[in-house]
Design a protein around this ligand. Sequence first.
Ligand code: HEM
Length: 139
Amino acid sequence: MSEPVTPSPEGVDPESYYALLGGDAGVRALTERFYVHMDTLPEAATIRAMHPKNLTPSVDKLYEFLSGFLGGPPLYWQRRGHPRLRMRHMPFAVDRDAARAWTACMRLALAETELSPLKRTLLEQRFAQVADFMRNQPD
Ligand code: HEM
């Protein structure tokens, strides 16, 4: 599993997850729902506690990242530079349970979208891989 590739700034593929989710508003909604689940799911309490009390800046950063990651405008790259995700997660103890909790929040958020079951499953798997890649603790 390698660092996610920097997306092309040109054009948006109509078959991209970004487009299928409804573009900018859809990706924003997905990100907001993800953090609502993190804020409420009991099994996400440990990873919620790693985040600041006010989640708005976290929502902004993840939304910008996901915009590019899902095939839309690479907002994070444009505004903040290369995400260096693994390095940026080093201050947090990301173990298997943390990766599972993150993926569970995203699974719930994806279940509220209009994605087809197949696309949803494929995207869930991709997120699970990236979450796994973020692990920095022995289990
Ligand atoms: C594996 C479990 C994960 C945990 C416990 C975790 C936790 C965190 C925490 C505590 C922050 C700092 C929040 C803030 O600065 O507001 C953060 C930032 C971030 N995370 Fe995660 N994360 C995980 C997985 C992921 C995954 C899978 C992605 C991408 C698909 C991701 C994308 C980001 C981004 C883009 C940021 C903002 C980075 C920055 O600019 O500082 N995270 N994460």
